[in-house]
Design a binder for this molecule. Structure first.
Ligand SMILES: O=C(O)CCC(=O)C(=O)O
Ligand SMILES: [Fe+2]
Length: 248
């Protein structure tokens, strides 16, 4: 049962959308945004400016195609069954992977707790993620991997960072792959450690990740994000206040 799988592994799926016709408009949107991002960055490079990732993040308040996807009957039923109701959506990210696109390193999606309160990773009553396959997300197309059971403390693993280039070897036997077909989705506790590998081969691969929180949770304007090197330094990222949408 998927409820047992969620309790044990912290992630469950794949599930199928009820209305597959909701997928293509989102895939098209992701590809058009990807064109803009790549063109923008070619121009920025000519100006000697650093790469900008922003355009693929938090566009859900602008596009009915995304909002229609979130209203899918099967998605709504799965989220209500596993996480309950009274949830809002505050964050979304498209990932387009094609030749030359590298990994998204190990991380969890729990960027904040409630306002300025410190993140409470193992309180599983809040903060949930959905990952959609807008195309097939196959084995060679930048495969997703997750650490089974990392919504709960794991002995011998002190988690200090949200982003990690590598994980302790003792976790190797907990790592599972997640592949999705176009129109499928998986749901997970946002504290699950996961990554996607570099694109190797196949057709362009498009995912959409979204994050939910329970009504009443305060979405901070800025949230701390750790540096990858593990030197303990923090920078701050901004959340888009207009991107808070009621989910169920
Ligand atoms: O589809 C992917 O590459 C992973 C997306 C993800 O984990 C994220 O955006 O937080
Ligand atoms: Fe993620």
């Amino acid at each position: 049962m998927s409820v047992d799988q969620l309790a044990r592994d912290g992630i469950t799926g794949p599930f199928a959308l009820a209305d597959k016709s909701l997928v293509e408009p989102c895939a098209e949107l992701a590809l058009e945004i990807d064109v803009l991002i790549r063109q923008n960055n070619r121009v920025r490079k000519l100006a000697g400016k650093p790469y900008e990732y922003g355009g693929k993040i938090n566009r859900h308040d602008e596009f009915p195609a995304m909002q229609n996807l979130f209203a899918d009957a099967n998605l709504q039923a799965v989220v209500a069954e596993h996480f309950g109701t009274g949830l809002f959506l505050y964050n979304s990210v498209f990932q387009v992977k094609r030749d030359g696109v590298g990994e998204n390193i190990w991380h969890h999606d729990r960027m904040f707790e409630n306002g300025a309160a410190p993140v409470d990773l193992y309180d599983n009553s809040n903060h949930f993620s959905i990952l959609f396959g807008l195309t097939d997300l196959g084995w060679d197309q930048g495969r997703l991997e997750f650490v089974r059971g990392s919504h709960q403390p794991i002995e011998g693993w002190a988690r200090k960072q949200r982003f990690n280039k590598t994980l302790p070897e003792s976790l190797n036997d907990r790592i599972s792959a997640l592949t999705l077909k176009q129109g499928e989705f998986a749901v997970f506790h946002s504290s699950i450690m996961h990554r996607s590998l570099p694109f190797e081969s196949g057709d362009v691969r498009i995912s959409l990740a979204v994050r939910l929180a329970r009504n009443g949770t305060v979405v901070p304007e800025m949230f701390p994000t750790d540096s990858v090197s593990g030197d303990g330094s923090y920078t701050f990222a901004r959340l888009k206040q207009s991107g808070v949408l009621s989910f169920n």
